[in-house]
Design a protein around this ligand. Structure first.
Ligand SMILES: NC(=O)c1ccc[n+]([C@@H]2O[C@H](COP(=O)([O-])OP(=O)(O)OC[C@H]3O[C@@H](n4cnc5c(N)ncnc54)[C@H](OP(=O)(O)O)[C@@H]3O)[C@@H](O)[C@H]2O)c1
Length: 243
């Protein structure tokens, strides 16, 4: 039986690469994002065994409507929630409405998925939320995005305990990946990888038993070590790393 996988944030970047990789391995996909045109184009390429369900994770009613539709398809093996917004810049320069939207989509959206999605999974099925190494410790210009990702990490840790024994909660923590999101960065991004490499790391990591799937490890381990240092040591180091 092919795995049935719901990817939220599937039309661009890491989500699109994951959809292509899983489709080539024979999985049956339910693909979601806001743009129905892009979803339809992707389904036309990947095959009519896959389904497009447009939604906006910032609007709970659209996730509930998608869940209702999916509940009629049958239990899922995995739900991978990747949708997020990013707007780099210094805190003083950021538009407050945009900042509120980032928190609503990235953090509150993950909360909505965490509440609505578990009943759609078969027993022992997998729910993966997407954090970021930016959530380990505040990076220069990471501003409200990093703060929202720190919240997602915390939410995933809580869910891992609360849902233990019923579903398999995972955390995905990418380093820098070449996507629409990082095109807006005006600094050198250490150890940046392609979306295809990110998708391979996610597929491999989700097959393991580890809670966190983090990559590329040559970068994520450095940030993990920095994040446990005292602030007098970690903050100057980060400034230098991301200059
Ligand atoms: N790229 C990196 O270096 C990097 C690093 C660390 C973590 N991450 C995380 O990895 C995940 C994927 O990032 P990416 O770089 O692949 O981003 P991306 O290229 O911008 O793709 C984001 C995807 O999410 C969808 N999306 C955005 N807002 C949405 C909303 N409100 N409702 C539903 N779908 C929405 C987008 O489609 P529509 O616009 O059509 O909705 C798109 O399919 C994100 O959680 C990001 O924070 C990325």
């Amino acid at each position: 039986m092919p795995e049935v996988i719901w990817i939220i944030g599937a039309t661009e970047g890491i989500g699109e690469a994951l959809a292509r990789a899983w489709a080539s391995q024979g999985a049956r996909l339910i693909l979601s994002a806001r743009s129905s045109e892009k979803l339809d184009r992707l389904i036309a390429e990947l095959g009519s065994q896959h389904i497009a369900i447009p939604l906006d994770v910032g609007k709970r009613s659209t996730i509930a409507a998608a869940a209702d539709q999916i509940s009629r398809i049958g239990p899922l093996d995995r739900i991978i929630h990747l949708a997020a917004l990013y707007d780099p810049g210094k805190v003083a320069e950021i538009d407050p409405d945009k900042a509120a939207e980032i928190v609503n989509v990235n953090l509150t959206g993950s909360f909505h998925i965490a509440q609505i999605a578990p009943p759609l999974l078969k027993k022992g099925g997998q729910l993966a939320l997407c954090g970021s190494v930016a959530g380990y410790i505040g990076l220069p210009q990471g501003q409200i995005y990093s703060a929202s990702k720190a919240g997602v990490i915390n939410l995933a840790q809580t869910l891992r305990s609360e849902l233990a024994g019923t579903i398999d909660v995972r955390l995905i923590s990418p380093g820098f990946v070449e996507t629409r999101l990082t095109q807006r960065n005006d600094f050198t991004m250490p150890a940046i990888i392609t979306p295809q490499k990110a998708a391979d790391a996610i597929i491999k990591g989700l097959k393991s038993r580890l809670f966190e799937v983090h990559f590329p490890r040559r970068f994520t381990y450095i940030l993990k070590v920095i994040s446990v240092l005292p602030y007098w040591a970690s903050l100057p180091l980060l400034r230098r790393l991301t200059r």
